[in-house]
Design a protein around this ligand. Structure first.
Ligand code: C2E
Ligand code: CA
Ligand code: CA
Length: 835
């Protein structure tokens, strides 16, 4: 602003005395600056810095003296100086004045100069202040990155450097001059709104003092500008004449805001979707701020405030309350973040599972607060429980399946009765052995065990007895093998042992004998003593790789051998064994044919009265008149017959033929009183027996049935018992054969009510040499007599035997010493001779 300054026309000073009346401070000075005349205003203005000197130069600030002198000399030279800024005084009193100097011829003393002063000290100070504050503003605006704009609607426009810098403009870049031009720079989306904002701002609407919009930077990108402005001048019509304000680049803040908004939008969405409840607890204030989800989970009533220490605690499941609260308190005391899971009771009494994440902290004001989230995991829980249940169920099912599978596998490979591995398992085992190293297989022995007399037990005592015996036998076999060895039941009464072979046949012999000895021990079953034995065939390899099936076969052959050699023994496989087997097999085939061809015939061994030596009977013994092998004794073919289940048939056949011979002898007039036949267990248990015998038309008292002590004395089979009763009805006597070897009980004897006892030939054999045996024979005879049972001694070979037996009171004698078994013709001859 240009100071408006008035000064007097110098012509007025021409009138010399007029100085005093001037309204402005004025004085007249001479060429050396000495004051000549001054007016009151001048005196007043200079009062503060006037020195004792009348020379104006002395009053001046030393620095300004030269310019004053220069102006003075100019004045004397005729040039008027106006508006010369000069300073008066020094430190304390000073003034800045505008001086006007002009020359004046006041009198005869020559040229004088008129000095007029206007004090501009106050004005100067004001300007200085203004400059300071302007620079302050400029600095402030610059550092706040605010650009200043000032627009007068008469066309005067001002834009600060910062204003330009914000937009990437150089100080000399052109600035849009019209609103339209400027609008081009505004983001298209913001144009309409920005125009509206400007209009409102111009109208002085306080809501629009500040607004934001996007403007294009010189680089091409948009920046966010916060425009702060106001109308400061209006024209006479009340229309805005000048608006001024600042623009600030708020892009960074806007981005921040947008980012924040995005984040919170996401968070809100996440919270909404997850139904997670958020809370913030202020322990100092005793309040907790819960969001909608939180309130929904805990069923907070509309408008209720959450007081800490009350509501939440009251919702906790009684079983969880103590633990949960203690946990929370502990974590708060340590200011540690924590998670937890607990149950609450819903209003309807149901249980809800809640999971929580919480963070206790101290805020800026030092207040203890806690922020956290809670969510309802009841569904998860239920699912988990269901899964757990399903898993347990599946596991149980799997276990069951596995068990079933294992059971099936077990039963597929095991014998149900004894629990021993079965034939399949044996074969698998042999395969395994073969596939394993040569060495292992090379040291293997196979023992094929067959129970003797097992069939009789089964036939006479029934299957349950047979089963019990098999279990018993299995137990014995099991205890006799070592770990790594193997025992299987391969069917019926046959077992196979696979044992490690140490190269010594003796070890195998000992094992076999031990097994036979143990199996021969009587076994108690249902009040009976059962006896059976065992035959064992053994094969072993000595390092050569042999087909395991072959080894089985070899053991089998050896077993046949053992049986043929009298049973209750073991045999090793040898080349000879094969021949025996072959014979045996051939015999089996032959036997069937023999039965058809009448090759099985009775031989007769006569029996004699101990005292009179008269023939009192004959035992019929089966013989096989073999076309190739000649006459075969029962030991050669009865085991085969038993195996082939033709033993009963042989018994019947012998009886029939013997009856024919018996009747012929009678007809010939040299009859023997009676004949006795051997009867197998099978035959005694045959329900058809009574009918078969009836058909034969046997006269009472002429036939005796020899029953083996061991089998029959223990027989309680209903069929056998009824058959025995029939025998009595038919007048067929019963004799107990081989008495003294089978441990028949006296009670059993009584039950059977036999007519006769046959003392076994083994016992008889030892009579001459053993006192003990004699005592035994004597007591047997004594008991028999007391029961009214007759006694026959068999195996009488010597005169000694005869003497002793006679003495002991034995009724009847039979043996090689008296008569050999003979065929019909020879017997007939014998009878004739002995007449
Ligand atoms: P067993 O019933 O004990 O028959 C007596 C056996 O003793 C006969 O043998 C006979 O030859 C033999 N023997 C007779 N006297 C003497 C003697 O003084 N010393 C010796 N050491 N032995 C003597 P065999 O004929 O070989 O019969 C053996 C067994 O065969 C018989 O023993 C009998 O149990 C059975 N057996 C024979 N024929 C038949 C039959 O038709 N049916 C049935 N089921 N078994 C029969
Ligand atoms: Ca006999
Ligand atoms: Ca006998």
């Amino acid at each position: 602003m240009q100071p408006n300054f008035l000064y007097q026309d110098l012509s007025a000073i021409d009138r010399q005395l007029g100085i005093e009346s001037l309204p402005i401070a004025a004085a007249l000075i001479d060429a050396d600056c000495s004051l000549i005349i001054e007016n009151a205003a001048f005196a007043a203005l200079t009062a503060g810095f006037r020195t004792g000197s009348p020379n104006l130069m002395d009053w001046l600030h030393p620095e300004d003296r030269p310019i004053f002198l220069a102006a003075l000399s100019s004045a004397f030279g005729g040039l008027t100086t106006s508006n010369l800024e000069i300073r008066f005084g020094t430190s304390q009193n000073r003034a800045t004045c505008l001086a006007a100097l002009s020359s004046q011829v006041a009198d005869a003393s020559g040229l004088k100069a008129v000095v007029q002063l206007t004090d501009i000290s106050v004005l100067k100070a004001t300007i200085a202040d203004l400059e300071i504050s302007a620079s302050r503003w400029n600095n402030a605006l610059r550092s706040s990155l605010s650009g200043v704009w000032d627009q007068r609607f008469d066309g005067q426009l001002y834009y600060s450097d910062v204003w330009r810098e914000l937009r990437g403009m150089a100080p000399d870049d052109p600035i849009p001059t019209t609103t339209e031009e400027w609008l081009e720079m505004v983001h298209p989306q913001d144009r309409e709104r920005t125009l509206h904002c400007i209009a409102r701002q111009n109208a002085g609407d306080p809501d629009y003092t500040v607004f934001q919009y996007r403007e294009r930077h010189k680089d091409g990108h948009y920046i966010w500008i916060e425009c702060r402005g106001a109308c400061v001048e209006w024209d006479e019509n009340g229309q805005p004449a000048r608006i001024t304000g600042t623009d600030t680049d708020v892009t960074a803040r806007k981005e921040q805001e947008e980012w924040l908004e995005r984040i919170s939008r996401r968070l809100k969405l996440a919270l909404d979707v997850s139904r997670i409840g958020v809370f913030e607890t202020d322990f100092a204030a005793g309040t907790s701020d819960w969001d909608d989800s939180m309130r929904r989970i805990f069923e907070v009533k509309q408008g209720d405030n959450i007081r800490i220490g009350e509501f939440w605690e009251s919702k906790l499941h009684p079983d969880d309350r103590e633990r949960t609260i203690a946990h929370v308190e502990e974590r708060i005391s340590k200011l540690e973040p924590f998670t937890d899971e607990y149950r609450i009771i819903a209003d309807d009494g149901s249980v809800r599972y809640i999971r929580s994440n919480s963070l206790p902290y101290i805020d800026h004001d030092g207040h203890l607060k806690m922020i956290g989230v809670n969510w309802d995991v009841s569904e998860d829980h239920r699912l988990r429980q269901e899964l757990e249940r399903a898993k347990t169920l599946t596991e149980a099912r799997n276990a069951e399946l596995e068990q079933t599978r294992a059971k099936a596998e077990y039963s597929a490979l095991h014998d149900y009765l004894t629990g021993l591995p079965n034939r399949r398992y044996l074969e698998a085992k042999l395969d395994e052995w073969q596939k394993s190293t040569t060495n292992t297989f090379g040291r293997l022995a196979v023992l094929h065990v067959d129970l003797d007399r097992f069939k009789q037990i089964n036939d006479t005592l029934g299957h349950s007895a047979g089963d019990a015996m098999l279990k018993h036998a299995a137990g014995i076999l099991r205890t006799n093998i070592r770990t790594g060895d193997f025992v299987a039941r391969i069917g019926g009464d046959e077992f196979v042992l696979l044992v490690a072979f140490d190269g010594k046949a003796k070890t195998l012999s000992q094992l076999a004998d031990r097994i036979i000895a143990e199996l021969s021990q009587p076994v108690a079953y249902d009040g009976h003593q059962c006896r059976f034995g065992a035959s064992i065939g053994i094969s072993h390899s000595d390092g050569d790789i042999i087909d395991p099936q072959q080894m089985l076969l070899y053991a089998d052959i050896a077993l046949y051998n053992a049986k043929n050699l009298g049973r209750n023994r073991h045999e090793f496989y040898s080349q000879g064994s094969r021949k025996i087997l072959a014979n045996h097999r051939r015999l089996s085939d032959d036997l069937l044919r023999a039965l058809e061809n009448n090759e099985i015939v009775p031989f007769y061994q006569l029996q004699f009265d101990a005292r009179s030596r008269a023939v009192v009977g004959a035992e019929c013994l089966a013989r096989w008149q073999h076309p190739e092998h000649g006459l075969l004794t029962p030991d050669r073919f009865l085991p085969i017959a038993e195996e082939m289940s033709v033993l009963a048939r042989i018994d019947g056949l012998i009886l029939e033929k013997a009856l024919v011979d018996f009747r012929q002898w009678r007809a010939m007039g040299m009859g023997i009183p009676k004949i006795s036949v051997n009867v197998s267990a099978k035959r005694l248990n045959d329900p058809r027996l009574p009918q078969l015998l009836t058909d034969l038309g046997i006269e009472p008292g002429i036939v005796s049935f020899e029953l083996l002590e061991t089998v029959f004395l223990d027989s309680h089979d209903a069929v056998a018992m009824s058959n025995l009763a029939h025998l009595r009805d038919l007048g067929i006597d019963i004799e107990i054969d081989d008495f003294g070897t089978g441990h028949a009980s006296i009670v059993g004897l009584l039950n059977l009510k036999p007519k006769t006892l046959k003392i076994d030939r083994q016992l008889i054999h030892k009579l001459p040499s053993s006192q003990e045996q004699r005592v035994l024979a004597k007591s047997i005879i004594g008991i028999a007599k007391s029961l009214n049972i007759r006694v026959i001694a068999e195996g009488v070979e010597t005169e000694d035997h005869v003497t002793i037996l006679k003495k002991l009171g034995c009724h009847t004698l039979q043996g090689f010493g008296l008569a050999m078994p003979m065929d019909f013709t020879a017997t007939t001859q014998f009878l004739i001779n002995s007449k």
